[in-house]
Design a protein around this ligand. Structure first.
Ligand SMILES: [Zn+2]
Length: 399
């Protein structure tokens, strides 16, 4: 016996015992042939079985007519016309022993449901995952081992592949195995669908044109604006560098990194979100991978408006400007830090008012650099005066 007749013989034995829909029968031979659906495989096998029976009926093989009657309930509607040639009653088709007759409707229905949902979600790539009721998987395995089926595909695989193909063609979305925007998990036969939307990492800038906004308030403001923009359930703000309550962040603004979870709007590019006294600038959006946030040391440029207790002398201003490239020691939270002032340019405005532009490393506290609190040397010490930064502006923050 050649291979083809093996397939037909096994299939006929299968169908004598179990009612199987075209797709579930074809799936037992899913790894044979290429470029066909399991439905096509199942239909081809059933047709070959029916043609063989018909041939034998025409050759007056009396077993053949019995075989047709015995098989009709399990082989399904594809045998209806041939059956009607020889019998007057209407056969009652049994439900598929594996899928209960649900799989075709499941694939069709869920594919269109998922496609429309994905359109609302503004995603580009997806991946289908499937959960199949345990009893169904066990039934499938039982039949496979009972009939020693070697070239079968699993129902789980078929559901994933077929829904994936349909969603791709209906909605124009792309399957992505490594980093999909959304993983759609379908449950068979319950028709439950779960969407796990990949979070995105936003890199942006935050400008504050008014003093007095607390760090907490800045954070809440960014979260609120991003949640609205991305229609997202959950925003995790990782950092805002470097926010201080009484410092405006003009110029380039501060840097923030946030993760957006469950975004319903994703196709957002570079963008400015304006609020009262604040501007949020979205610079870059990345699909979130497993990697952690990498920190790089930053440099800050400040403008300080300085008020001193006593008159500021011209010579003292020169001494302050000589702090350029000097090391400054600060003690905070039991930590001792030495930082180099990269650039400093001060001028006396009048009497006891001065203005400084200072370019300093990220870790150096600027107000204390002015006042001298746990800081040596400081602007106060160089001026031999008690000074404080009464207004500060962050003009630049960068690498
Ligand atoms: Zn079935």
């Amino acid at each position: 016996m050649g291979k083809m007749s093996d397939i037909i013989k096994v299939s006929k034995d299968l169908l004598k015992k179990y009612p199987l829909c075209d797709r579930c029968l074809g799936r037992f031979f899913g790894k044979l042939g290429y470029g066909w659906s399991n439905e096509e495989r199942g239909r081809a096998i059933k047709r070959a079985i029916l043609m063989d029976i018909h041939k034998r009926i025409r050759e007056n093989d009396e077993h053949a007519i019995k075989e047709l009657r015995g098989l009709i309930e399990n082989i399904g509607p594809i045998g209806q016309d041939l059956y009607s040639l020889y019998f007057y009653d209407n056969p009652v088709f049994k439900k598929c022993a594996v899928c209960g007759g649900e799989i075709d409707g499941f694939i069709e229905g869920l594919s269109s449901q998922i496609s429309s949902r994905l359109k609302e979600l503004e995603i580009n790539t997806f991946l289908i995952g499937a959960r199949v009721d345990k009893k169904i998987c066990m039934m499938e395995e039982r039949i496979k081992s009972e009939f020693m089926i070697k070239y079968g595909e699993s129902i789980k695989n078929e559901i994933k592949r077929e829904i994936g193909k349909k969603v791709q063609s209906i909605g124009g979305f792309r399957v992505d195995f490594s980093m999909p925007d959304v993983v759609v998990e379908v449950s068979f036969p319950s028709r439950e669908i779960r969407y796990q939307i990949r979070s995105m990492r936003i890199f942006g800038k935050y400008k504050k044109t008014r003093r007095g906004l607390s760090i907490t308030k800045s954070g809440a403001n960014i979260i609120e604006k991003l949640a609205k923009e991305f229609e997202a359930d959950n925003i995790v703000l990782h950092t805002i560098k470097r926010d201080e309550k009484n410092v405006r962040a003009i110029g380039d603004g501060m840097l923030f990194i946030a993760d957006i979870k469950g975004a319903k709007r994703r196709n957002i590019g570079k963008k400015l979100i304006r609020g009262n006294d604040t501007i949020i600038e979205i610079e870059k959006i990345e699909k979130k991978g497993p990697e952690e946030i990498r920190e790089k040391p930053l440099t800050r440029l400040y403008r300080c408006f300085i008020f001193c207790e006593n008159e500021i002398s011209r010579e003292a201003i020169e001494a302050v400007n000589a702090l350029r490239n000097r090391a400054v020691e600060q003690y905070f939270n039991k930590k001792h830090r030495i930082s180099i002032i990269k650039e400093i340019k001060c001028r006396r405005i009048n009497g006891n008012i001065a203005e400084c532009l200072v370019l300093i490393p990220e870790k150096l506290y600027v107000k204390e650099l002015v006042s001298g609190t746990r800081t040596t040397p400081s602007i106060s010490s160089m001026l031999e005066n008690r000074c404080s930064c009464i207004e500060g502006d962050l003009l630049y923050l960068g690498g």
